[in-house]
Design a protein around this ligand. Structure first.
Ligand code: URA
Length: 185
């Protein structure tokens, strides 16, 4: 049905398939402590084939290296770039979710850290938990269960949201510190 091998030729979303350069599956340690889940690749990610290598990626990766957080894998809720960096549609999230679920099974992270409201909403909803706002959930530990497997979820703001907002930037850094405490780093 949805083996990860097939992801590279996936054509479930017409608009994404037509406009992408490549499918951006993920990057990092394949037996990670932490799994970061963003929204969808942007232009630079589509070119390089790696998540979080553009402007928001620099914010995230710089903060992670300052806090010495290195044991992680990064992926996105949707693996193809939405045109003009629009938000992924709910149909696109739904089409791509089986791939994310396979990654969860294979990577079996100790902690899942969702970046932004889209991936947070998808994981909470899939666990039967109502999504409030990302502001309400960020920085709080939530026990979730996806396909009968339990995970610890720590939602955070998306790094792009911190670019022009100092307060969100401070929250973002304090959540990363909390993450490193939970992960025992
Ligand atoms: N924003 C995301 O959510 N994911 C990326 O890979 C890059 C930017």
């Amino acid at each position: 049905m949805h083996p990860l091998d097939n992801i590279y030729s996936c054509n479930l979303c017409q608009d994404l398939t037509k406009n992408r350069i490549q499918v951006v599956v993920g990057d990092g340690n394949l037996t990670p402590n932490i799994l970061f889940i963003g929204e969808a690749p942007g232009a630079q990610e589509d070119i390089e084939g790696k998540p979080f290598v553009g402007r928001s990626g620099k914010i995230l990766r710089n903060a992670l290296s300052e806090l010495k957080i290195s044991d992680f894998y990064i992926t996105n809720l949707v693996k193809c770039r939405p045109t003009n960096n629009r938000d992924p549609t709910s149909e696109e999230s739904k089409n791509c979710f089986p791939y994310l679920k396979l990654q969860l099974k294979q990577l079996n992270p100790k902690i899942i850290c969702t970046l932004g409201r889209h991936s947070t909403k998808k994981l909470l909803t899939a666990s039967g938990i109502d999504m409030k706002t990302i502001t309400a959930h960020r920085g709080t530990k939530i026990d979730i269960s996806i396909d009968g497997v339990k995970y610890l979820l720590l939602p955070m703001y998306h790094p792009a949201a911190t670019i022009y907002n100092q307060k969100l930037k401070e929250n973002f850094i304090s959540d990363l510190k909390k993450l490193s405490d939970i992960a025992g780093i």
